[in-house]
Design a protein around this ligand. Structure first.
Ligand code: SF4
Ligand code: SF4
Length: 270
């Protein structure tokens, strides 16, 4: 079973929920927040690199090229600019789709590859897989796709990137259930609504976890009640939890009642 933990906005406590859920249920965690993976701050495993992640990049043969511009016109990412006798290629913009090679009638494009990230693995009580996007790279999705190939038949918790963009959708695709973590503020509600629209369009079952319950207003609860959306758990704005967080200690390790609650949460999801 694959459970993705996502949030419309950053800083809601998504990784806190993902790591505590994984630890309490002896699941494997996949840190798909490849631009800034931080789940291992809580798991504290010794990570070892498993593989590099490459992106297909076109290589142009100027001897065969007629400068017809078809590849540039095809590329919706504007990664190619054709000059009268040269080609400019902006590698950071390229998605690696390979379309330019297909449309070139003169066989002037070869498939090259460029390293954009790495996949890591470690174990400390539970297993953790982590993707890491190289600094300066713009395309997180291929690293996430590669990381997801490691998912087996075990209970898998996917820590999604914050926001509602392509990398998040790549994580949510193929998930059996999505936990949307939010905070009880107007900003939290605004971004939660967008995240819910996406999850509904993907046709995946989901529920909401409210983190730092008590800091804001009741907007999220009223919205969920109105829309018939289940609030799976409320994590209070608590000094004890915040103190453990500041020491990178998963609170299920120190607060047995919360370990039980996260086990129960997984039972509800199943
Ligand atoms: S489509 Fe092929 S021939 Fe035309 S500009 Fe691009 S690389 Fe050159
Ligand atoms: S591989 Fe795709 S994104 Fe990259 S340059 Fe070619 S058409 Fe553009």
């Amino acid at each position: 079973m694959i459970v993705a933990v996502a949030s419309g906005k950053g800083g809601t406590g998504k990784t806190t929920v993902a790591t505590n859920l994984a630890i309490a249920n002896s699941a494997t965690i996949y840190d798909c927040d490849v631009e800034e993976p931080n789940a291992n701050i809580f798991i504290k495993a010794e990570l070892k690199k498993l593989e590099d992640v490459f992106l297909m990049n076109p290589q142009f043969d100027l001897n065969k090229c007629t400068f017809c511009k078809e590849c540039a016109e095809f590329c919706r990412y504007n990664a190619i600019a054709i000059l009268p006798s040269d080609i400019l290629f902006f590698k950071e913009l390229c998605s690696g789709c390979g379309g330019c090679k297909i449309v070139c009638k003169y066989d002037a494009i070869e498939e090259g590859k460029r390293k954009i990230g790495e996949i890591y693995h470690g174990k400390n009580g539970i297993e953790i897989y982590q993707g890491l996007l190289n600094i300066g790279e713009a395309r997180a999705t291929p690293v996430i796709s590669q990381l997801k190939k490691r998912i087996g038949n075990e209970l898998s918790i996917l820590d999604a990137p914050p926001g509602n963009g392509c990398p998040t959708i790549e994580v949510l695709n193929d998930s059996d259930f999505v936990i949307l973590v939010t905070e009880p503020t107007p900003f939290g509600l605004h971004d939660l609504k967008i995240a819910i629209e996406i999850v509904k369009k993907l046709g995946i079952d989901f529920g909401v976890v409210i983190n730092r319950d008590g800091i804001g207003d009741e907007g999220i609860e009223k919205f969920c009640s109105r829309e018939g959306i289940e609030i799976l758990m409320k994590i209070p704005y608590s000094k004890e939890i915040a103190t453990l967080y500041s020491k990178s200690i998963p609170f299920v390790d120190k607060m047995s009642e919360w370990r039980k609650k996260f086990v129960e949460l997984m039972e509800i999801i199943k």
